[in-house]
Design a protein around this ligand. Structure first.
Ligand code: UD1
Length: 430
């Protein structure tokens, strides 16, 4: 199993190209199930989760052609991938495939909308909480689907003439359930109004792509999304938006190690709350024409409190990374996690590096220390694992992060991007 070995202490200086967003690429790829034409996606990141979803889509009958695998240039890693699902070959998404990645459960929406039925295994994914699927099932039921759970599978059936437009209010904001309801409603009879919808940029990106495919969606990016059903969707070409979590992660790495890094191909508007928070810690952040520049020259990292919230609030996917930064602040900060109930598994690993963190329910109290010291640590989930890398970059001596397959799910060429900015990071394969 691969590990990442980091020798800490170097400031980061240089340019980091930001990849296409994993969390946008996954629902966009799934949208290809809605049409018999070709959906072409540009800027698709090369990640284990993307490869895993390609296998799942292949199983449903999607023909996938990867090109744009051009010679890797300085700042260009992205791929263009063509997805064509002439006919749905199989409406079952089996446990062996779905258990590896929660987002693969989302195929239930398009399968149900296009074929009138779907049999999808209950999902797996990161161990960051119970993550039930009740909201998905309620939303699909609102569209007229008949749902039953049997042997670990959800069996969903649409009414005879297809799904029916409906008004539905999510009792809690869910990114995935918003994606699924939006996709399912595109081919429903009549108009669907989704209230308390997720406002994440990835939901807007999905709506833009679906509209390019001929859907009639308005209000995406706000709390109320309206979808007028259409008889069929066509192909389209769409560019995946930049990864705001990768952007925020590298920004936090620079805020922690010090230095001067330009993040290319990203957009400050995707993560304003996180960037404002980083500014309060003492980092200078300026938008450039093609991205962002992060500079930290001073020695002090100011403590700042954060509470994770649905977009546009501070993202839960940056909570672990921000906690890593706060371990070196010059005071005490409080970090409250409101989205997932078990997303503090990085705490005990950060403690191995010398961090002082105490937990009380959903709140972590982080008392900054003047130095961290390298140690072997264990990656527990995707975002937690990158927080250990950030901490390792700022720690004295050597940190070895084990179980890096978590990182490979969501961070494209992490060690290469960091090394090019002067970090001492290497992958050790066994
Ligand atoms: C997506 C992101 C993930 C991010 C999360 C929150 C992808 C691939 N993943 O995950 O990186 O951390 O949004 O921003 O885009 N919930 C229920 N019942 C449901 C569905 C969700 O109770 O049926 C709960 C979850 O347990 C969680 C909360 O709602 O506590 C938010 O989850 P959700 O927004 O659905 O997260 P994902 O879409 O899985």
């Amino acid at each position: 199993m691969d590990r990442i070995r980091i020798t800490g202490g170097n400031a980061l200086r240089g340019i980091i190209p930001i990849s296409g967003a994993k969390n946008a690429a996954l629902p966009l790829m799934i949208a290809s199930l809605l049409t018999s034409d070709t959906l072409t996606l540009e800027n698709v990141p090369h990640l284990a989760d993307v490869e895993g979803l390609m296998r799942i889509l292949g199983n449903h009958g999607v023909d996938i052609a990867v090109n744009g695998r051009r010679e890797r240039q300085e700042n260009d890693y992205s791929r263009t991938i063509h997805f064509t699902c002439r006919t749905i070959a199989d409406t079952t998404a089996p446990y062996e495939l779905v258990s590896k990645m929660r987002a693969s459960f989302w195929v239930i929406g398009p399968l149900l909308a296009r074929e009138g039925r779907a049999r999808v295994s209950l999902p797996g994914g990161c161990a960051i909480g119970t993550r039930p699927v009740d909201l998905f099932l309620e939303a699909l039921t609102a569209l007229g689907a008949d749902i039953e759970i049997d042997g670990g599978y959800v069996n969903a059936t649409a009414p005879k003439g297809g799904l029916l437009g409906a008004r539905y209010r999510f009792p809690k904001v869910s990114v995935g359930a918003t994606h699924v309801m939006m996709m399912a409603a595109t081919l429903a009879n009549g108009t669907t109004v989704i209230e308390n919808a997720a406002r994440e940029p990835e939901a807007l990106d999905l709506a833009n792509c679906l509209n390019a495919m001929g859907a009639k969606i308005s209000g995406a990016g706000t709390k109320t999304i309206t979808v007028e059903g259409v008889a069929s969707l066509s192909g389209a070409r769409h560019r995946v938006l930049p990864d705001r979590i990768e952007t925020g992660t590298y920004a936090m790495a620079v805020a922690m190690t010090g230095g001067d890094v330009t993040l290319e191909g990203t957009d400050a508007a995707l993560l304003e709350t996180a960037l404002d928070t980083l500014r309060q810690t003492g980092a200078e952040i300026t938008a450039t024409e093609t991205g962002l520049r992060i500079v930290r020259t001073g020695d002090r990292i100011m403590p700042v409190d954060v509470v994770t919230e649905p977009f546009p609030g501070f993202p839960t996917d940056l909570q672990a990374q921000f906690m890593a930064l706060m371990t070196r602040s010059s005071g005490v900060s409080h970090i409250t996690e409101t989205i997932f109930e078990n997303r503090f598994m990085h705490v005990q690993e950060l403690a191995r590096l010398g961090a002082r963190i105490s937990l009380s329910g959903q709140m972590a109290r982080v008392e900054g220390v003047s130095r961290l010291k390298g140690a072997p640590v264990m990656a527990t989930d995707l975002r937690a694992s990158v927080s250990l890398v950030i901490a390792g970059l700022a720690a004295e001596g050597e940190t070895v992060v084990n179980r890096v397959y978590h990182l490979d799910r969501g961070f494209e060429r992490l060690e290469e991007k960091l090394t090019r900015c002067g970090a001492l990071v290497e992958r050790v394969s066994e």
